[in-house]
Design a protein around this ligand. Structure first.
Ligand SMILES: Nc1nc2c(c(=O)[nH]1)N[C@H]1C(S)=C(S)[C@@H](COP(=O)(O)OP(=O)(O)OC[C@H]3O[C@@H](n4cnc5c(=O)[nH]c(N)nc54)[C@H](O)[C@@H]3O)O[C@H]1N2
Ligand SMILES: Nc1nc2c(c(=O)[nH]1)N[C@H]1C(S)=C(S)[C@@H](COP(=O)(O)OP(=O)(O)OC[C@H]3O[C@@H](n4cnc5c(=O)[nH]c(N)nc54)[C@H](O)[C@@H]3O)O[C@H]1N2
Ligand code: SF4
Ligand SMILES: [Mo]
Length: 691
């Protein structure tokens, strides 16, 4: 017997839209709708395994509360509008402000969307609107990585591929909680351990990643520079450095020696509150290993001295010759699925696509010639500067292509005031986020599963995504929205520059403009091996390991950039005696998407504040009790989680939950002068019992 009318099930290969690990998945599609995901068994990154977000994180796609039509706010309320009306309204406003001063326009690009969309967003800012004011969440994520590693090595990316870690003898994880934030990279850490690697974790919290470590070092938030300086002094004093590597491949060693000479172990342990014997033990393990890798993430970067921290990790690797070989390197774990891509695509006020510099006259001439524009060599404003300019009235229109700064930027009160001060806020989104709710115009966008394109993972691996269903209602592709706006803005906006038939056309333009991706032929990309940049030509093997022979700095050498310990800008005092850090949980990913996935939401329903049991006892606070947490910026009510897995004096709030948002408390006034990072991982707070 032959079964009749059995609905056909299709499998459409794609890449996970959450973290920068870049796992491969297959959509399961029935009747033109995504109904699930199945692992991609032979995908080289995740080998058929996924974390809970990979498994259940598709559930947001067909939610009823997806945005399906443009919205215009009138008298404080949204009403539905046609595309024509909404696009004309925005195009006219962009033209009006552009005529006054193009630098009163600002753009945030979406590091969750494909490269092609991001490329067009930054091109729209530059070519249609005439401003370099374009940036994205990397600024408050791995901005210090881009700044710090580019200074030391000449390029700001991870030095090795993910699999390289499995060849390491020692892995030093500092300020990264991979088992929750990059779980399938975490799986590689476990595999490395099975291969005999010793894992060391340095973190103020005893995290799930610390639990798999051979050695855990507890120390105080904001003291990483002192910690690593202490390690480097010990290495030099005990002649454990790699003299040959220092001589042949680096410069500025004398300055490093001089600065770290001030950081003897006793002083360092006083600053960091680390245990001296443990610190010596991990220093010896790292320095004596043949192949030692550093893995870090936001515990290093999200500080007012984030770039200093990053440069210390680079110094440590240079000092011990742990670069340019497998099993070693400096490995920042990039956050968003496509934040590497957003940087590569030039969603940066200082860089065009492929890290070509705005400030360089020849480069700007090249782009002006290519686009037919007249762009200046003066870099634009960063994301944080744009928000501050909005606050002070210097920015008139902010166009947000898929970010949620109300929840994710430091100091929510400041962010809301800034957005309210704009002439117009435009948000292009999948959902009515906290930020979209503040907008004057909301454009409904197609999302993951509804478009073709590419994502670039944290190891610079460019991978293809495929469309599995149509977008809901009238939602449109991001790059098509930009094209429609340019058409309506008229000739001066160069509408001809925004006409593409397919996302592949956009990708081919990217290859023309960015030599680091020139060899990425789409057919090569579609092969399961995928390609890592730099990929200079079509016969370039495009392998992940960097700096085997020379660094990307002009003279081919890496440079030591020693730093003095500065610590957090906001220090604790009698009134605000606890140091707040903010982190992530396994089941949630920022907010908009995973909080709308029922299975994930059921796992962790709301936020909490972790505090050490001794601190809680002193305040008379019990586990699960609702407490008031306050900083100089604001207060929230939140459940206490009393635990011994966090250092005394430090408290922690996961960042995902708008009803008890960590960023009500954080400080938007403490900048890293080197890269404009704000201090999201340290501010002074107090915790009180409710009346
Ligand atoms: N589940 C989940 N995964 C995610 C995300 C998500 O929202 N949810 N977001 C993605 C994004 S955008 C990013 S950037 C990555 C972030 O990935 P991670 O950086 O690994 O994640 P976090 O939890 O923010 O912070 C890491 C660790 O830094 C520690 N830390 C805090 N202060 C300090 C300090 O001063 N020094 C040191 N050494 N450590 C400190 C914290 O205790 C925490 O364990 O995760 C990505 N993956
Ligand atoms: N206190 C504190 N604050 C933090 C952090 C922290 O550790 N502590 N971490 C910081 C870090 S590392 C980061 S990266 C930021 C993240 O902050 P945001 O950049 O605000 O991150 P998301 O919430 O991921 O925002 C992405 C939005 O894009 C939408 N979206 C997804 N795909 C598409 C698409 O294809 N098109 C369009 N138009 N929209 C789409 C989603 O619905 C979502 O609302 O938060 C930062 N804020
Ligand atoms: S590890 Fe990251 S990329 Fe892989 S399934 Fe989980 S969230 Fe997705
Ligand atoms: Mo991030």
């Amino acid at each position: 017997m032959v079964a009749k009318n059995v609905p056909k099930i299709e499998y459409v290969p794609t890449i996970c839209p959450y973290c920068g690990t870049g796992c491969g998945l297959n959509f399961v599609v029935k009747d033109g709708k995504i109904i699930g995901v199945e692992p991609w068994k032979r995908h080289p990154v995740n080998e058929g395994k996924v974390c809970p977000k990979g498994n259940f994180g598709y559930e947001f796609i067909n939610r009823e509360d997806r945005l399906t039509t443009p919205l215009i706010k009138e008298n404080g309320e949204f009403r539905e509008a046609s595309w024509d009306e909404a696009l004309n309204l925005v195009a006219n406003k962009l033209n009006e402000v552009k005529a006054e001063d193009p630098n009163k326009l600002g753009f945030y690009a979406c590091a969750r969307s494909p490269n092609e969309n991001i490329y067009v967003t930054q091109k729209f800012a530059r070519v249609a609107c005439g401003t370099h004011n374009v940036d994205h969440c990397a600024r408050i994520c791995h901005g210090p990585t881009v700044a710090g590693l580019a200074t030391c090595f000449g390029s700001g990316a991870m030095t090795n591929g993910f699999d390289s870690i499995m060849q390491a003898d020692v892995i030093f994880v500092i300020g990264a909680n991979s088992m929750e934030a990059h779980p399938l990279f975490g799986r590689k850490l476990i595999k490395a351990k099975q291969n005999g690697a010793k894992i060391i974790v340095a973190d103020p919290r005893y995290t799930p990643t610390a639990k798999i470590a051979d050695k855990y070092l507890e120390f105080k938030t904001g003291t990483d520079v002192a910690l690593m300086n202490g390690m480097m002094k010990y290495i030099i004093d005990n002649d454990l450095q790699n003299t040959e590597f220092i001589k042949d491949r680096t410069e500025n060693f004398e300055e490093l020696k001089e600065i770290v000479s001030k950081y003897d172990m006793d002083k360092v342990c006083e600053i960091t509150e680390a245990d001296k014997d443990s610190l010596i033990e991990i220093t010896e393990a790292y320095a004596k290993a043949d192949k030692a890798a550093i893995v870090y993430s936001l515990g290093i970067t999200e500080h007012s001295h984030g770039a200093d921290n990053v440069m210390c990790t680079a110094d440590l690797a240079m000092l011990t010759g742990n670069l340019g070989k497998e099993g070693a390197g400096v490995n920042p774990l990039r956050g968003q699925n496509n934040v590497q891509g957003a940087c590569d695509m030039g969603a940066l006020p200082t860089d065009y696509v492929g890290y070509r510099k705005v400030a360089d006259q020849e480069t700007t001439d090249w782009f002006n010639n290519y686009y037919g524009t007249n762009l200046s060599t003066k870099p634009g404003l960063t994301l944080v500067e744009m928000m501050n300019a909005a606050h002070s009235g210097d920015l008139k229109v902010l166009y947000i292509h898929g970010e949620d700064p109300v929840l994710s930027d430091a100091d929510i009160t400041h962010t809301k005031e800034a957005l309210a001060n704009l002439d117009m806020l435009v948000v292009q989104e999948l959902f009515m986020t906290d930020t979209a709710a503040e907008a004057d115009v909301v454009f409904p966008a197609a999302g993951w599963g509804e478009q073709e394109g590419t994502f670039t993972s944290g190891e610079r691996r460019v991978q293809c995504l495929h469309k599995a269903q149509d977008p809901p209602g009238d939602a449109m592709l991001d790059w098509k929205i930009m094209e429609q706006l340019a058409i309506r803005m008229g000739e001066d906006a160069h509408p001809e520059q925004f006409h593409y038939e397919t996302s592949e056309d956009i990708f081919n333009e990217i290859r023309e403009c960015a030599p680091i991706m020139a060899g990425m032929d789409r057919k090569r990309l579609d092969s399961p091996e995928a390609l890592h940049w730099p990929c200079l030509s079509e016969d370039d093997p495009c392998q992940p390991l960097m700096y085997t022979e020379k660094f990307s700095r002009p003279n081919g050498k890496a440079i030591f950039m020693p730093q003095e310990h500065r610590g957090p800008v906001e220090v604790t005092d009698n009134e605000y005696p606890l140091l707040l850090t903010t982190t992530r949980v396994l089941f949630h990913y920022h907010a908009a998407m995973t909080r709308r996935c029922k299975t994930l939401d059921n796992e962790v329903k709301t936020g909490y504040i972790e505090m050490n049991s001794e601190d809680a006892k002193e305040l008379g606070i019990l586990d699960k009790e609702i407490v008031k947490a306050s900083s100089r910026r604001g207060s929230i009510e939140i459940a206490a989680r009393v635990t011994d897995n966090i250092k005394r004096g430090i408290v922690n709030i996961p960042m995902h939950f708008t009803e008890c948002a960590a960023n009500m408390l954080t400080n938007s006034n403490s900048f890293d002068p080197k890269c404009k990072m704000v201090e999201l991982k340290a501010c002074a707070i107090k915790v009180e019992k409710m009346e």
